[in-house]
Design a protein around this ligand. Structure first.
Ligand SMILES: NC(=O)C1=CN([C@@H]2O[C@H](COP(=O)(O)OP(=O)(O)OC[C@H]3O[C@@H](n4cnc5c(N)ncnc54)[C@H](OP(=O)(O)O)[C@@H]3O)[C@@H](O)[C@H]2O)C=CC1
Ligand SMILES: O=C(O)C1=N[C@H](C(=O)O)C[C@H](O)C1
Length: 267
């Protein structure tokens, strides 16, 4: 059986390093290449504190290089500034991007979808690879049938670039699929400090906490008559994401078209 050849972009980042380690442990996958910015030219094994892998870290990805390396899947854990360009490069090279990095906006996703249609190469975007986070979003969508007032609080480490998190946006989108936008709170309320009520997506207020000590956490709080219901997910390590990343690579291997959300790959 041919092994799935995987390229990891952002390989020296917090999630990228975990991804490289995990891919090396899979019998049906091989690491075709890695990229990162500050560690270009070094052996990725040494950067991970292991024996050399005989695999040098490259800088920006190029179409020709991806083709030469016969890459099947690009896993991207870079950042909101790099992910769009990386995904376009991959699709143009016939490589399916499995996108973990957050921060793509609606226009960029549409452009990737168009490019995918034009080339026949699939694209997979996962705002969150953790099974518990997927369930949190599904439960929140279900709850919104009965409770229409909801706020989202997401908590992340203080090195995160984008706010709100991709997971919070996806949660609000899923709730909006079945809930009409409503005005929450008092109609005459006002903010004494701009942003005090959080960001507003379809009437859902999203609050972003950034503190050292945190990894990735979210509460979806529903309010009803005399009661609240809180759905909470906590990710305590980056290993949390790895079963989802591996599942996504396997499912995306022969993917055509755009798929958003790991829930689409779960039975
Ligand atoms: N979908 C999910 O389940 C999850 C998604 N994420 C998302 O993944 C992304 C990465 O998170 P995290 O690992 O914490 O971040 P880090 O900052 O630790 O890692 C990002 C890495 O990407 C590198 N990088 C930046 N631009 C490029 C580029 N053009 N090519 C190659 N490498 C590049 C950075 O290098 P340098 O530092 O030198 O700039 C850095 O090493 C974020 O967008 C985050 O939101 C995180 C966790 C789970
Ligand atoms: O930056 C992170 O750490 C994470 N980013 C993703 C997001 O924006 O939702 C997924 C997870 O929350 C961790």
């Amino acid at each position: 059986m041919d092994k799935i050849r995987v390229f990891v972009a952002g390989a020296c980042g917090k999630v990228g390093m975990e991804t490289v380690r995990t891919i090396r442990l899979q019998n049906d996958m091989e690491l075709a290449g890695v990229s990162d910015i500050q560690n270009q030219g070094k052996d990725i094994g040494l950067v991970l504190g292991q024996q050399p892998f005989d695999l040098q870290i490259s800088g920006q990805m190029e179409i020709e290089k991806l083709k030469e390396l016969q890459v099947d899947i690009l896993v991207d854990f870079t950042n909101p500034q790099s992910v769009f360009s990386n995904a376009k490069t991959a699709i143009k090279a016939g490589v399916v991007p499995v996108i973990g990095a957050t921060g793509l906006d609606g226009h960029e996703i549409s452009e990737l979808e168009d490019l995918s249609k034009a080339t026949g190469t699939g694209v997979f975007i996962a705002p969150n690879f953790a099974l518990g986070a997927i369930l949190m979003m599904k439960f929140a969508k279900e709850t919104a049938k009965y409770f229409h007032h909801v706020d989202i609080i997401e908590y992340h480490h203080d090195q995160k670039l984008d706010a709100p998190s991709g997971t919070a946006l996806k949660t609000a989108d899923m709730i909006s699929e079945i809930r009409e936008p409503i005005i929450q709170g008092h109609p005459n309320e006002y903010e004494k400090i701009p942003g005090a009520r959080g960001g507003d997506l379809n009437g859902i207020h999203i609050h972003s906490i950034r503190l050292p000590g945190l990894i990735a956490h979210q509460e979806v709080i529903f309010g009803g008559s005399g009661q609240t219901l809180t759905i909470r997910h906590d990710a305590y390590t980056r290993e949390t994401y790895m079963p989802g990343v591996i599942l996504a690579i396997r499912k995306a291997y022969k993917l055509t078209g755009l798929v958003i959300g790991l829930e689409n790959f779960l039975d």
